[in-house]
Design a protein. Structure first.
Length: 452
């Protein structure tokens, strides 16, 4: 029997279409932009300037080829489940479930790490409140905002993302006049090719989350056109910002100056303030202005990923893979309120572990797994359903999806070899989820009736 993506009866919960290409651009850039502010510089510690540059070059190729390939799927199957729906239609509900689980792990585990960063920032100004208390408060505020309505949430995301992009451009404008080529070549390849291999996860962090645009395709006006415009413009913006931030930060004083606050110290998660302090000092008004606006980047990604995660969890509930209550739409706001609350609860539990670095890595495992399944879906559906309406077709087929698949597989190998313990945790989560699906969900018959 041919498997299809989950189809929804006329009376089933439906999301409201309100998003245009500008909103999609704001969401796409917003999901990712915190990666420009923190985390990527740890790749410099792993591989030096050249090592991270090599890794980033291949990761940019991955995201270019992946994004165009994923857009084909999102335009042809504009549903909130994203890779869950695409993989189910291509290779069946079992592998579709695993792909959907990986997507949920990515989108649900990334926000707690960003929430912790937000908490750490506000703790500096409000030391009477703990980092965890501030992070939980942020979760509650942005979960409620997402409940109010997709248009309000997307409008907020657009505004906050615009501020974050402006700050990055302003930072680059201040730093680039102080750029010196010698700073890029100084100790540029300290660990050789092993360092470039080790820098791959941090290069991924530059772009992690962009695929969340596909999860709002069901809420997009004319998705067959606007998803392509939103996806493409967001990717172009992020590639330009990545190059600007990389060059302007490292070019000021060398890679060590944006990794270590002082020689011998532990690696910092704040590369832009470290670079800026070499130009303006750490007490000037310009320094504090840029650091304050820089908070917008964290907020944009945190808020955007909460939105994307809720759509992925909502589709799991609507299709019967998890209790149906999480696939319900709020009767007034027409948003997946129950899924939002579920993801907030999981995120808060993750916050209490205090291991933000590990949480980020597990989210990266989810992302790479998503990329692998998505590219398989593109290739299989081209052969399995050649007549399926495809308003957009990936250029240079099959070179683009095959290139993305190969780079994603290499990235997965790199991450497993460097993070064996965390990889076991990730795959254990997938295994436990599949056991639930196979022995409880499938035997109940709920998912079968909704997928055929």
């Amino acid at each position: 029997m041919t498997e299809t993506a989950p189809e929804h009866a006329p009376g089933s919960p439906q999301l409201k279409r309100t998003l245009g290409p500008l909103m999609l651009w704001g969401l796409g850039v917003g999901y990712v932009i915190s990666g420009m502010y923190f985390g990527w510089n740890l790749g410099l510690e792993a591989g030096g300037t050249l090592g991270l540059a090599i890794a980033t070059f291949f990761i940019i190729i991955l995201y270019i080829t992946f994004t165009f390939s994923y857009t084909e799927l999102a335009c042809a199957i504009p549903k909130a489940g994203g890779v869950f729906d695409y993989t189910t239609r291509a290779v069946g509900r079992d592998l579709g479930f695993i792909a959907g689980m990986a997507q949920i792990i990515e989108f649900v585990f990334a926000p707690p790490a960003i929430a912790a960063a937000i908490g750490a920032y506000f703790h500096i100004f409000f030391p009477q409140f703990s980092v965890t208390t501030i992070a939980i408060t942020a979760y509650i505020i942005f979960t409620v905002l997402n409940m109010v309505g997709i248009r309000a949430a997307a409008a907020f995301e657009l505004i906050i993302t615009a501020f974050a992009v402006f700050e990055l451009l302003l930072f680059s404008g201040i730093a680039l006049p102080h750029f010196e080529w010698a700073n890029l070549t100084q100790n540029a390849f300290p660990h050789g090719w092993k360092g470039a291999w080790a820098a791959i996860p941090f290069a991924i962090w530059f772009f992690l989350g962009l695929e969340g645009v596909a999860n709002v395709a069901e809420e997009t006006v004319n998705p067959q056109r606007n998803v392509l415009v939103g996806f493409g413009s967001a990717l172009l913006t992020l590639i330009i910002l990545c190059a600007l931030i990389f060059l302007s930060s490292v070019g000021v004083g060398g890679w060590e100056k944006v990794v270590y606050p002082v020689p011998g110290a532990s690696a910092s998660d704040s590369p832009l303030p470290l670079a800026l302090s070499q130009i303006t000092g750490s007490t000037g008004w310009m320094y504090h202005l840029l650091i304050t606006i820089g908070l917008m980047g964290l907020v944009a990604s945190f808020h955007g990923l909460i939105l994307a995660a809720s759509r992925a969890s909502f589709e799991f509930g609507r299709s019967g893979c998890i209790p149906a209550v999480f696939g319900k739409i709020h009767p007034r706001f027409k948003t997946p309120a129950n899924a939002l609350v579920l993801n907030m609860a999981i995120g808060i539990v993750a916050l209490f572990t205090g291991k933000t670095g590990d949480i980020i890595t597990i989210a990266c495992f989810g992302a790479i797994t998503l990329y692998i399944f998505a590219m398989i879906a593109v290739l299989v559906l081209r052969k399995k359903e050649p007549g399926m309406p495809r308003p957009f077709k990936v250029p240079f087929y099959p070179a683009f999806p095959l290139t993305a698949l190969v780079i994603a597989c290499v990235s997965m190998i790199a991450m497993i070899t460097l993070n064996l313990k965390l990889s076991l945790i990730f795959f254990a989560l997938l295994a436990l989820g599949y056991i639930w699906f196979h022995f409880i969900v499938k035997r109940s018959g709920n998912v079968s009736s909704k997928n055929n």
